[in-house]
Design a protein around this ligand. Structure first.
Ligand SMILES: [Zn+2]
Length: 580
């Protein structure tokens, strides 16, 4: 009797273990599934088993021969898509507004005027003891009616007892008050070093007036690093930043997030947060050359690496690549931003009192050095993601890639240009010939289109920014991105901008350059996956790929204003990660 009971107990536990290990199967039925496969097929049912998609197609077919214990979920006609793949942003910086003072202008935030901005700083200063840093995020001179940066003296007056630093929405600059300038090691001088604008002055020196006094504006590498600013804030702020970013991406259906300018500490932090299940999303990182140059060690042997990702991981001593955490390109920066007029153009910026006549921006590093880096890292088998906004910067990228391919021919190198805002038709064609690609930033037409037309580029050049339709004509593969925190985490707003090209003041910038909605969806899913060598396991809903799936409240191909759509459910690797 005793023996029978024991056998029964063993048998029961074996059955329980087998059941626990049995891959969970979920059949989604009555759905409108845009698979984004090669044929843009539409299906009405999808079967997930464990982490993967087991079948997709017609409901009648899939309902036959279901695996044991399949849960059937009626999607009530909802449109479903592959989870969005973040082609380029700076996860978790979208949560920065949680870390400090949020100065985002309308229509996203509430800081619409200089008076409101300065009052917000005064209020913030009153809540902190004297000496504590006040850090404001996401102000934008182009969105303020006065169309200028606050000055160091205005910030002194707003918070006389505190060091103050305001981080510009572009991520390329900011303004500091006198206390902050001194703590950062900058002091007034008797000469205006900016009188002659060279690479090193624009990119590494603080802005000064004609008498050599600091104005407070710090651009590019003269600006303090984000990691430095976060260290000045209460410890809890960093965690709040991550949680806020996690939710913003998840609630917008982004199942693969990116940190496109990473250093090692942030890579480690993201991987640990993922392991602790704080972050359910998959992560892609682009290590930043600027932050990691000294940690890149190339092997002495010349045997071809297994993959660009492996070559880069080995060179920086990184272990643990997986479907949840991947490394793709090394990020290089060629120039600045058009909104800050630090992008490197072939023709001058519009004339402005604050710029010398004929100013056309400067490269972020001397051309010879950039060419050498491209040659070296292309030969080492890396993939390169090169931030280039101005067409002169893009010329340098094309010349460097041409020389690199001539010296070391490589098929499928997938180097890419990041932003490419003022790219010309001949450059689109040249990149296509080199097997390179681009990731565009279409929301610029909305947020800065008017600023570009009137103050930065003039009508003709402003109308040609982010020329997605021309890229299709040139057969250049591309993705689209938010660059969050520069613009909000919102694939539907990106899709809207790419298909409308409307500015805040309702001008249509270059109406012939719009693309259709299906093209835009592909640029946020399969093309973004391809750009990171991830198209084998994500980016479309096909058998064998990861079950990263989202359901929307309506159909993005027919909804009158796609910005009204919301993400209702999100599955990552077959597990439900969000439900509205
Ligand atoms: Zn970026």
């Amino acid at each position: 009797m005793k023996r029978t009971a024991m056998l029964l107990a063993i048998l029961t536990s074996m059955v329980l273990v087998a059941l626990a290990c049995w891959p969970r199967s979920i059949l989604l039925v009555n759905a409108h599934i845009l698979t984004l496969d090669d044929k843009d097929s539409v299906a009405d049912a999808l079967l997930m088993q464990g982490r993967y998609i087991k079948a997709v197609g017609r409901q009648e077919r899939l309902s036959r021969d279901l695996p044991l214990f399949t849960t059937v979920v009626d999607m009530e006609g909802k449109t479903m898509l592959p989870g969005f793949v973040d082609a380029h942003s700076h996860f978790p910086s979208a949560g920065l507004a949680q870390a400090g003072l949020d100065l985002t202008p309308p229509p996203v935030g509430n800081t619409g005027t200089m008076t409101q901005l300065l009052e917000a700083i005064t209020l913030e200063a009153e809540t902190y003891p004297e000496g504590q840093w006040i850090v404001g995020f996401n102000y934008d001179n182009a969105s303020l009616p006065v169309q200028r940066h606050p000055t160091r003296h205005e910030l002194d007056k707003a918070a006389p007892g505190h060091p103050v630093y305001l981080w510009h929405r572009s991520g390329h600059m900011g303004v500091a008050n006198t206390r902050a300038l001194h703590l950062l090691g900058f002091h007034d001088s008797s000469v205006n070093e900016r009188a002659e604008l060279t690479v090193s002055v624009v990119n590494h020196e603080p802005d000064r007036d004609m008498q050599g006094r600091l104005t407070g504006l710090l651009q590019e590498s003269a600006a303090p690093r984000l990691s430095f600013l976060l260290r000045q804030l209460p410890y809890r702020s960093l965690f709040d930043t991550v949680l806020s970013a996690r939710d913003q991406y998840l609630h917008n259906g982004i199942t693969t997030v990116q940190n496109g300018f990473a250093d090692k500490p942030s890579m480690l932090m993201l991987r640990w947060l993922q392991r602790l299940n704080v972050l359910p999303q998959r992560i892609v990182v682009w290590p930043a050359y600027d932050k990691m140059a000294s940690q890149i060690t190339l092997p002495l042997t010349t045997s071809p690496p297994a993959s660009p990702s492996k070559a880069l991981a080995d060179a920086i001593g990184w272990q643990g690549r997986s479907q949840r955490f991947s490394l793709s390109a090394l990020k290089l920066v060629v120039d600045g931003s058009p909104q800050g007029r630090t992008a490197w153009l072939s023709e001058p910026y519009l004339t402005d009192a604050s710029l010398p006549v004929g100013f056309r921006g400067v490269p972020s590093m001397p051309e010879v050095i950039f060419k050498k880096l491209v040659l070296r890292y292309h030969s080492a088998g890396f993939q390169l993601a090169m931030h280039a906004n101005g067409d002169a910067a893009i010329d340098l990228v094309i010349a460097s890639l041409t020389a690199a391919h001539r010296q070391t021919p490589r098929a499928d190198s997938r180097h890419l240009i990041v932003h490419a805002q003022t790219i010309r038709q001949d450059q689109l064609e040249a990149l296509a010939r080199l097997g390179a690609s681009a990731t565009f930033f279409p929301a610029h037409t909305y947020y800065w289109g008017d600023w570009y037309r009137t103050r930065v580029l003039g009508d003709a050049r402003a109308s040609r920014i982010s020329p997605l339709a021309q890229a299709d004509l040139a057969q250049l593969r591309y993705s689209i991105h938010s660059d969050a925190p520069v613009t909000p985490v919102s694939p539907m707003s990106m899709l809207w901008s790419a298909t409308q090209r409307l500015t805040l003041e309702e001008h249509v910038l270059g109406p012939s350059l719009v693309i259709d909605r299906m093209r835009a969806l592909r640029a946020m899913t399969i093309d973004a996956a391809w750009q990171n060598y991830l198209e084998q396991d994500r980016g479309s809903l096909e058998v064998g790929k990861l079950a990263d799936i989202i359901a929307l409240t309506g159909d993005p191909l027919t909804e009158p204003d796609v910005r009204d759509l919301q993400v209702q459910r999100v599955w990552i690797g077959g597990k439900e990660a969000f439900r509205r």
